[in-house]
Write a protein of this length. Structure first.
Length: 172
């Protein structure tokens, strides 16, 4: 009841009742009856948390992020993504200066070396490197290393490149 004695229904803060009445009037339909509102739960029935830790308490962002990563199965991808900038920690500064991880796909880590000498050196230590990567990133993250040497230059440049052996005959 208001001061003038007239009854007014409780205010709907979402405004859906007004929108429903306007839409019904535009259609020419009968006025829409208001739905009954749910009653607020009795405070006696709400499980309150006590002084100890509870699942209702705010959680640190790191804990929540780890939970999401585990639930979605993204832990390996995130750990491999952290591998790229931390490559020097895994292989040492000297090897990191001459090698670079390129991609990780289905457990196979592809590494590019700047020369065949550095590629051979990394191949000799591959089993130890795989063990170290799995110890830090998680078991089974890296199953195999694929180490590649430098890419040879391509002579296929331009719109009018000719198929075949190309300019190799000019060197001899």
């Amino acid at each position: 009841m208001t001061e003038d004695g007239a009854y007014r229904p409780p205010h709907d803060p979402t405004g859906t009742d007004v929108a429903e009445r306007i839409a019904a009037a535009a259609r020419g339909a009968a006025p829409v009856k208001r739905r009954k509102r749910r009653e607020a739960p009795d405070p006696e029935d709400i499980p309150w948390s006590g002084a100890g830790p509870s699942t209702r308490d705010p959680q640190p962002a790191g804990v929540v992020l780890e939970h999401i990563l585990a639930r979605r199965g993204w832990q390996k991808h995130v750990s491999v993504a952290s591998l790229m900038p931390r490559w020097a920690e895994f292989v040492g500064d000297v090897n990191a200066a001459h090698t670079q991880p390129e991609k990780w796909e289905a457990g196979v880590l592809t590494v590019r070396a700047e020369s065949t000498t550095w590629a051979t050196s990394l191949r000799t230590m591959a089993p130890q490197l795989v063990a170290r990567l799995n110890a830090i990133l998680g078991a089974g993250t890296v199953t195999r290393l694929q180490i590649r040497g430098p890419e040879p230059p391509s002579w296929k440049k331009g719109l009018r490149s000719v198929p075949g052996r190309g300019p190799r005959d000019t060197y001899g």
